[in-house]
Structure formats: C-alpha cells, structure tokens
Design a protein. Structure first.
Length: 145
C-alpha cells in the first residue's frame, strides 16, 4: 500500500540506519569467514603442488625403467627438471605455478636403469604457503610417499 501526503508519494523502503546495520553485520561475518577460506585455498594449493612433485618423481622412475637408462631429477629454485644425460625431458615450475615455497634436503636424485634411487636417501621436499605445508619423502629405493 502506498500512502500519499499532498503531492508527495511515500514508498516503503529502508532507512540509512537499517542499511548501515546490515553492512556492519556483513563486515563482521566476512571478517570471520575470510581467514578460513584463505587457509583452505592455501592447503589446496600446497596439496596440488605436492601431488605434482610426486607425479614428476614417479614419472622419472618410470622413464628410467622404460628406457633402461639413468634418469635424474633436479630440484632447484622451486623447479623440478627430469633429465636423461644432458637432455631435459620434463620441467615443472612448482613454485611459480602453485605459489608455494619449495625446499629440498638435496638438490637432485637419480634413478638407475632398474628404477632404484641413487642420492635419494632421505630426500624430503617441503612445500609451504603461509600456514599450510606438506612434505614429500623419497625412500632409499626411490619410492615416493
């Protein structure tokens, strides 16, 4: 129902105070939700980066077995490079792609033609983004977990 007073038409609506209360309530809810959403996104990025590291190292082992030749994985500056001799077969820029910091306990590992790891003893690759972190381990035999 629209009420009229003289020439002016009064329409139902919201006052400035009501709109400000809604804005303040929205701000409070967002201030509670956003930190949890950021942490969840960080965890997803770190987890995805870890899966990519695992996949790259497992691919290197498979290439060594399939090609009956030694294959090396270099971990430098947040980039994983799989190479056979001087030929670079695969490059993954983990840090740049996923926005994570990559730290490795060794700068490289290699697989012999039988898929056994050399230089892989206690290799750890730590991926971190703010509060989220995940570690990829490579066993002495070259298995990844």
């Amino acid at each position: 129902m629209i009420a009229t007073t003289g020439r002016r038409v009064l329409r139902p609506g919201h006052t400035i105070v009501e709109l400000l209360v809604i804005l303040v309530m929205t701000g409070v809810v967002l201030s509670l939700v956003i930190p949890h959403a950021v942490l969840t996104l960080d965890r997803l990025n770190v987890h995805t980066a870890a899966r990519e590291v695992v996949s790259t190292i497992e691919s290197a082992r498979s290439l060594a077995l399939a090609g009956h030749a030694a294959v090396a994985v270099d971990v430098t500056g947040g980039t994983l490079r799989v190479r056979r001799g001087s030929e670079i077969i695969l490059t993954r820029e983990i840090a740049h792609t996923h926005g994570v910091v990559v730290w490795a306990s060794r700068d490289s590992l290699s697989y012999d033609p039988y898929g056994l790891g050399h230089g892989a003893a206690n290799l750890s690759v730590v991926l971190r983004r703010r509060e989220a972190a995940e570690t990829v381990f490579v066993s002495r035999l070259g298995r990844v977990r």
